[in-house]
Ligand binder design. Structure first.
Ligand code: VG1
Ligand code: CO
Length: 579
């Protein structure tokens, strides 16, 4: 092939958000749109990460992925990349990409320098829905802000991009290496099995034998919903082939370009089928399984359910941290530390304190955990947004979280599987609350509101923060039974490893009784603005930890909505999603 230099000009709005660039497919398919972003990324990297490098390119298989992969292969070749690794059919979950970057060794001994992950995660897919792209570094984690800022700057000045001419489309459905030659010498495309590196890693972390004993025991029952996302490419291999689950326990495990028309977001609103099967929501099944879980489109998120029981993600990470050393071989020598994103509840803080573990609170988005892990400061971390993970990779990991829960269940039931009473998911959570107290928690999302209105609401909340006594006056007028606000600010994070500072990471109101209200604007949407409101209240008295969470939080919710003038600014009388 030869290298073609194509003249282009900047296209507005290519700023990567919380996790890469996400836009409607129609935006991505405009002339030069993807090309500009990819070239801007290559231009933001150091030369050794481009020239002669090894690049992973794959994703959740959503609509437009196949075309995008061929374009990126051709641009990689033209920019001097030595080889591109592609998961079969272009499929690799986000955690699998991270694992491949960190662990895979190519036929010629090569290791990956970085990856393009093609996904818009939990956003719907299809010709009228979302596509997305993000770059991950050689540690397997999302590019830090220093790089994403540079990419964005490059998109604003780009004049040219490079693309191979005479390089045929590569058949990504067939495993094998294709060789080509160009001006810089040889160029290879290596199509490999999407699941084997990841499965190998999981087997090195967990005790598959003891999980298999649990799953195949007649007392236990299991179900997993991939919501037609890429988790389906792993679920059969891991849960059925390796761990002995019945095939009928897998729901929606065939990856689809449009996720079957659904919203591949594992929460109580969008994972309706699983929720019903677990005996919750509308039309609940009458005989639900003991354990259920779901993943999002790119399989980095997880929702954990017990029989008629929902585990909040904030509780989930705390419970995993509290039980990891006893239940998961990878952690048997102890945890280096734990971390959560700022809006995630403080359930993890209580565990960290009681186990005397290093603890970190970082801004929303997985990229902030990576530095801590690279520095050996953090083993387990999580976000309230159904993201849980550990330092085995540098992304959150949906299937890992399921295996972690199954490990805890297997450990707690190791003497019960011959007819004793099963310790259930609900038992484990309630026991945790009895020991550590409970953080009542809920998140209200107002999706796709007018961007101007959302900004005004946020500005209003920041302005209020200048006088805490005025805020307390207002709150007294709304709900005299709610505690006083002790302090209020915009969250700012100084990375303890590299000293970088991230400002404006969410508006916080911190109450005297430990309750919190947090307001943020989403950085992953593709149109309008999404306001997220996070509400949390701590209850230490174990006789009061069994309340319905919406009921327990009602006074704080009322305060949050009136204080922020939510309806006035947005015109919305109710959120789009409550989790
Ligand atoms: C959301 C979540 C955040 C998560 C991010 C990426 O971001 O709140 O916790 O890290 O999505 O997850 P935002 O900016 O919309 O609140 V994923 O599964 O979309 O990669
Ligand atoms: Co995701």
């Amino acid at each position: 092939f030869t290298v073609n230099r194509v003249e282009t000009s900047p296209i507005e709005g290519q700023k990567p958000g919380t996790s890469g660039l996400r836009k409607k497919v129609k935006v991505f398919t405009q002339p030069h749109y993807l090309h500009n972003f990819v070239q801007s990324t290559f231009n933001a990297l150091s030369t050794e990460n481009v020239k002669g490098s090894t690049l992973v390119v794959s994703g959740d298989g959503r609509y437009y992925s196949k075309d995008a992969i061929q374009i990126i292969i051709k641009m990689a070749a033209a920019n001097g990349v030595r080889r591109v690794w592609v998961g079969q059919n272009g499929l690799l979950s986000t955690p699998a990409v991270s694992a491949v970057v960190r662990e895979r060794v190519g036929a010629d001994g090569a290791k990956a320098n970085g990856a393009f992950i093609l996904t818009a995660s939990h956003n719907p897919g299809g010709p009228n829905e979302d596509f997305g792209i993000k770059y991950n570094m050689g540690n397997g984690g999302p590019a830090p802000e220093g790089i994403t800022d540079k990419i964005f700057e490059n998109t604003k000045t780009i004049k040219e991009y490079f693309i191979a001419e005479g390089l045929p489309d590569v058949d990504i459905s067939a495993i094998g290496i294709s060789n080509f030659s160009g001006p810089d010498g040889q160029f290879d495309v290596d199509v490999f099995d999407s699941s084997s590196d990841y499965v190998k890693l999981m087997k090195s972390i967990f005790d598959f034998q003891s999980i298999k004993k649990l799953i195949t025991s007649p007392q236990f029952s299991f179900c997993y919903d991939a919501l037609h996302g890429v988790a389906g490419a792993y679920a059969n291999r891991i849960f059925v082939e390796e761990l002995g689950a019945k095939e009928s326990s897998l729901l929606n495990c065939v990856p689809k370009e449009d996720f079957g028309g659904g919203h591949p977001d594992p929460n109580l609103t969008y994972a309706k089928e699983l929720v019903a099967r677990m005996g919750l929501g509308k039309n609940p099944d009458s005989n639900p399984p003991e354990f259920g879980a779901a993943a999002d489109g790119d399989a980095d998120r997880n929702m954990i359910l017990g029989k008629r029981f929902f585990v909040t993600p904030s509780d989930s990470v705390a419970i995993i941290a509290a039980n990891a050393v006893q239940s998961i071989p990878y952690f048997s020598s102890g945890l280096k530390g734990v971390a959560r994103s700022m809006p995630t509840s403080a359930a993890l803080d209580v565990v960290a304190k009681s186990l005397n573990l290093k603890f970190f609170e970082v801004p929303t988005g997985w990229k902030f955990f990576g530095n801590l892990m690279d520095a050996g400061l953090c083993s387990v971390c999580g976000e309230e947004s159904f993201g849980t993970g550990s330092d085995h990779i540098r992304e959150k990991d949906g299937i890992w979280a399921v295996l972690a829960w199954l490990s805890i269940l297997a450990h707690k039931n190791k003497d019960n599987l011959n007819g004793g009473n099963l310790v259930t998911v609900e038992d484990i959570v309630k026991q945790h609350w009895a020991t550590f107290g409970r953080h009542y928690y809920t998140r209200y999302d107002y999706e796709n509101v007018d961007a101007g209105a959302a900004k005004e609401l946020m500005a209003h909340l920041v302005k209020l923060q200048s006088s805490i006594s005025d805020v307390n006056e207002i709150i007294k007028g709304i709900r005299p039974d709610v505690a006083n606000v002790a302090s209020a600010d915009e969250f700012e994070y100084k990375d303890p490893v590299d000293g970088s500072i991230s400002k404006h990471q969410g508006i916080r109101y911190l109450f005297e009784d430990g309750s919190r209200l947090v307001f943020r604007l989403s950085g992953t949407g593709s149109e309008g603005a999404t306001i997220r409101l996070y509400i949390e209240q701590y209850e230490k008295d174990s006789s009061k930890t069994g309340r319905d969470s919406q009921e327990a939080l009602a006074p704080l919710v009322e305060v949050a909505l009136k204080l922020s003038k939510m309806q006035e600014f947005t015109g919305r009388s109710a959120p789009t999603v409550i989790t």
